[in-house]
Design a protein around this ligand. Structure first.
Ligand SMILES: Cc1ncc(COP(=O)(O)O)c(C=O)c1O
Length: 389
């Protein structure tokens, strides 16, 4: 079935393709993944789409419709601008703290603050007191009020606040300047939960611990700063690897995910087995040689050969060769981004102008390398633009 699928794609590409490497979206699989995710989400957890992992407006649009959400997590200033111009009434949470110069730059592009606030809610991510002071000053200079969401360390140790004292210090400053700063919630990313070697700690235990830490920070706001506590506070957590755990039980009310909807290979996790890969890189074959010859090691040419050598259009992507099966780059020949050599089993019927297929390991690294997604459904392709910046 696997090989039928790629042969069918090859035929499609030979008839309708560009003759250059193409990033293929399997639309039917993407829709199945969206349905599976929607069926798991409990009502109290609002989905938030991770823009860097799904960096294409139509791709995001489809997910917004299926999951009925207008919440996005953004990691890159140009993406913020793209989302604001493509969607209305959005809630945008920054997934990493933006340097103050980036925020200044952003507001320079939006002189009409009122129009901006009417159509979007932006939550800037704050990781420490120095950054909060910078944002406070900017808000005062521009005479605006900035929503601030506080990054908390729930075990990943990627920065953010890591003590109750730090949180209290931030909340006091926010409380002192209600015209310039508004607390919009907390963000605690828990990617370590699925990554820790099981021998160190089980995923269940590290998830519970991260949730307890999260709850403690929530309690501080509620108990010690009741004037900052409001019904709209956004308690964001998650990430694809802990999606299922959050669906079962979570102290969060807002869940960020993106990658698992396309399921690149870094997300081959037991608890995401309901989802399948929906994205491939298709690459034309330029040359097929009977065997690989390594410069300087021509004496090896006399040995029996189990592999052909195939040169392809491009290479060295953050992706694994998946079809034809057992294809792989040659260890001694090395990698090339321009014209990579692959070893393909000798019995494999493969010709110039056929295609090889790769599965990305991550989508956030691969999508920006392609200007368009080729969306495949019912043996036809349509084109969707991606964010290239
Ligand atoms: C803060 C934060 N939340 C959530 C995610 C999850 O994104 P994805 O589901 O695409 O892995 C990430 C990924 O980097 C992140 O940095």
């Amino acid at each position: 079935m696997h090989s039928n699928y790629f042969q069918q794609l090859t035929q499609g590409l030979q008839q309708q393709g560009t003759g250059t490497p193409q990033l293929i979206l399997d639309l039917d699989q993407y829709q199945k993944n969206l349905e599976a995710v929607q069926s798991k989400l409990p009502a109290q957890l609002k989905p938030r789409l991770v823009v860097k992992s799904l960096a294409s407006i139509p791709l995001l649009q489809l997910a917004c419709e299926k999951l009925t959400t207008r919440r996005f997590m953004v990691f890159h200033l140009p993406h913020l601008l793209e989302i604001i111009s493509a969607f209305e009434q959005v809630d945008l949470l920054l997934g990493k703290p933006m340097p103050i110069h980036a925020v200044q730059h952003f507001y320079q592009n939006f002189p009409d603050q009122k129009a901006l606030n009417d159509q979007s809610n932006i939550q800037w991510l704050i990781d420490d007191i120095e950054r909060l002071q910078q944002y406070l000053q900017l808000a005062q200079n521009l005479n605006i009020c900035l929503n601030v969401n506080i990054e908390i360390d729930v075990g990943l140790h990627r920065g953010g606040i890591s003590s109750q004292e730090q949180l209290i210090e931030l909340l006091k400053l926010i409380q002192q300047y209600p015209d310039a700063l508004r607390l919009s919630g907390l963000m605690g990313y828990d990617a370590h939960v699925a990554k820790l070697p099981k021998i160190l700690k089980s995923p269940e235990k590290s998830y519970q611990e991260s949730q307890q830490t999260y709850q403690q920070y929530k309690n501080i706001i509620q108990q010690q700063f009741p004037d900052l506590w409001h019904a709209d506070l956004c308690f964001n957590g998650g990430g694809s690897p802990t999606f299922m755990q959050h669906c079962q039980q979570s102290v969060c009310n807002d869940l960020a995910f993106g990658s698992m909807l396309l399921k690149p290979s870094d997300f081959d996790l037991d608890n995401l087995s309901a989802l399948s890969c929906a994205v491939w890189i298709a690459v034309p074959i330029l040359k097929v040689l009977p065997y690989s010859q390594i410069p300087g090691l021509e004496m090896l040419n006399h040995l029996p050969h189990r592999y052909k050598a195939v040169f392809i259009y491009g290479g060295y992507w953050q992706a694994d060769y998946i079809y034809p099966e057992k294809s792989r780059p040659h260890m001694l020949y090395g990698r090339s981004s321009n014209q990579e050599m692959l070893q393909v089993p000798a019995q494999c019927e493969i010709h110039v102008d056929d295609y090889v297929f790769l599965r990305p390991t991550q989508t956030e690294a691969v999508i920006p390398q392609f200007a368009r997604l080729y969306v495949y459904s019912e043996r036809k392709f349509i084109e969707w633009d991606t964010f290239r910046e």
